[in-house]
Design a protein around this ligand. Structure first.
Ligand SMILES: Nc1ncnc2c1ncn2[C@@H]1O[C@H](COP(=O)(O)OP(=O)(O)O)[C@@H](O)[C@H]1O
Ligand SMILES: [Mg+2]
Length: 275
């Protein structure tokens, strides 16, 4: 069927192409040929990768392949030896790293809560530091406790007095406190037992959807990657070997390593458990 004249009438002055295309997906974060070594050992080879705004990208790969290094380069905790990191079009530099980092919430591997501070203080530390008024801090804290389903009476407890799942909720609240555009999560559920982990996976995915943040999350579990990711980046020896959906990794592996990685992960599943 020919819709030409009707479309001409409807969209006069604009090209049909521009009307019919999906809106472009914005890039929130980019690495341009960024690399990092420690004492001559390469943690991340020269890497160029882009992370789309409002989407969840999962970094996965064997231990030591450079996942945490990539995350730390994004938020400027590490400086690349060469190349650069671009956040919302601005190149990360010593001059702007403080400001840009405040727009990125970071849940570090093992949670990283301060043991000598209560849950409340852990969450509000940064907001207090930059001078938010008390009422603003308290109302944001209540919002986050509700969002993460953290019990109000837990706020006055120290990390050692909380369960593993509750500690992860505190880490997440802390990362979200300043309402960042970007959330970086380094194996946020790694240390939890399987049932608590499954519950938190559901809740976390719901939170990502509701907040539509740009999320970069590290895991070493392929099922977890598939559960969260709009896009997966599989890494090995400091480089990204394949980027795409879980289905693409399984059905169109880029090389032998991808095939082996997928097979090894599937083997750890209980018998009869299909994807
Ligand atoms: N601060 C550091 N000092 C020295 N070596 C490091 C440091 N951070 C990471 N590495 C090394 O860089 C490599 C990549 O580490 P990392 O990014 O932590 O891997 P992953 O998070 O994928 O397990 C590893 O060989 C690790 O030992
Ligand atoms: Mg790591």
């Amino acid at each position: 069927m020919w819709y030409g004249p009707a479309i001409d009438g409807l969209f006069r002055g604009r090209t049909i192409r521009s009307v019919m295309q999906h809106p472009p997906i914005e890039t929130a974060l980019e690495l341009h040929d960024a690399c990092k070594s420690f004492a001559g050992v390469v943690a991340l080879q020269a890497t160029s990768i882009a992370f789309e705004a409002g989407r969840t990208t999962v970094l996965i790969g064997p231990s030591g392949c450079g996942k945490s290094t990539l995350l730390r380069l994004i938020n400027g905790l590490l400086e690349p030896d060469r190349g650069c990191v671009v956040v919302r079009g601005r190149t990360l530099s010593r001059a702007n790293v403080g400001e840009l980092r405040r727009r990125m919430g970071y849940v570090i591997q093992e949670g990283g809560l301060f043991p000598h501070l209560t849950a409340r203080r852990n969450v509000t530390l940064m907001a207090d530091y930059i001078g938010w008024p008390r009422e603003r801090v308290n109302s944001r804290l209540s919002e986050l406790a509700e969002l993460t389903r953290f019990p109000a009476d837990g706020l006055e407890r120290y990390p050692r007095e909380l369960s593993g799942g509750q500690r992860q909720r505190v880490s997440l609240m802390r990362a979200l406190m300043l309402d960042p555009d970007v959330l970086l999560l380094d194996e946020p559920l790694g240390a939890l037992d399987p049932m608590i982990r499954a519950d938190l996976q559901d809740e976390l995915r719901e939170i990502f959807r509701r907040l539509s943040k740009t999320v970069v999350m590290v895991t070493h579990d392929l099922d977890e990657a598939g559960f969260f990711a709009d896009s997966i980046a599989l890494m090995r020896d400091g480089r990204v070997v394949q980027r795409g959906s879980l289905a693409a990794l399984v059905e169109r592996p880029a090389d032998e390593f991808v095939t082996r990685f997928v097979r090894a992960q599937r083997r750890t599943r209980p018998p009869g458990d299909t994807p």
